[in-house]
Design a protein around this ligand. Structure first.
Ligand code: CTP
Ligand code: CA
Length: 228
């Protein structure tokens, strides 16, 4: 059921893909997380393996997904766990793709017992900024290693999705940025995606509405071209 060609152009390449959300514990029964399903990251990992890559998939909180064949899946929960797993796998990698929806903040305090209603109940949750995994990967500046980021943008009255993506690519310093246009009923928990693939070299190509596997193929095409 693959309407697009699957070249073996990632043969012998080691790739790391992060997928899903991260979730930050608040007490023993509650977390602060997001609704990322992990489908895009899983599709990227599956397609990379089909194209011959040696794939490590670092998966946070995900929907009920089948693990892709011939992929080393490492499960994590928090942003700090994801950072550790990604940086470890990235040591031997030719490419790292951060498709995960990483929690930007975590509750500052972790209650050791379940938080109860009643006297002294909390009315707010103090938050602490999490590390930025993509930024840390870029800062390592490993020669020849490509770093690919993802961004979901809605755009606003001042800036288009494309402008916001271009600014984010520059801020993050990665080699490629996949910009997804999101909004009500788009991208999250959907089968289809649309957006742009932006290169640090100034290139930009539209990613038409299509399956997450098709989008993955476009990403690996761009990666394979730059690895040569
Ligand atoms: N990312 C990351 N670590 C974080 C946050 C984000 O590695 N703590 C990665 C994501 O996996 C993604 C890219 O950075 O590949 C962009 O994420 P995004 O949330 O769009 O960027 P932020 O810098 O967090 O900006 P914003 O304030 O718009 O959320
Ligand atoms: Ca963010």
């Amino acid at each position: 059921d693959q309407p697009f060609p699957l070249p073996r152009d990632l043969e012998g390449r080691r790739v790391v893909v992060s997928a899903g959300g991260t979730a930050e514990p608040l007490d023993p029964v509650r977390t602060l997380g997001n609704r990322s399903s992990g489908r895009q990251g899983y599709a990227l990992a599956r397609v990379a393996a089909q194209r011959g890559a040696d794939v490590t998939l670092v998966a946070g909180t995900i929907a009920d997904l089948d693990p892709p064949a011939a992929v080393d899946v490492r499960r994590v929960q928090t942003t700090r766990e994801m950072r550790e797993a990604v940086l470890d796998a990235a040591k031997a990698a030719d490419v790292v793709v951060m498709a995960a929806a990483v929690a930007d903040f975590r509750p500052t305090d972790l209650a050791t017992a379940k938080i109860k209603k009643g006297d002294g109940e909390p009315t707010s949750v103090p938050l602490t900024r999490n590390p930025d995994i993509l930024r840390d990967l870029v800062a390592q500046d490993v020669p020849g290693r490509l770093v690919v980021g993802f961004a979901a943008e809605t755009g606003d009255e001042h800036s288009s999705v494309l402008d916001l993506g271009r600014a984010k690519l520059e801020r993050k310093g990665c080699d490629l940025l996949v910009v997804n246009a999101v909004g009500a009923g788009r991208a999250f928990e959907m089968e289809d995606n649309e957006g742009w693939l932006l290169g640090a070299d100034g290139t930009s190509e539209p990613l038409p509405m299509g399956s997450k596997a098709a989008l993955s193929a476009r990403v690996w095409d761009a990666v394979a071209q730059r690895l040569r």
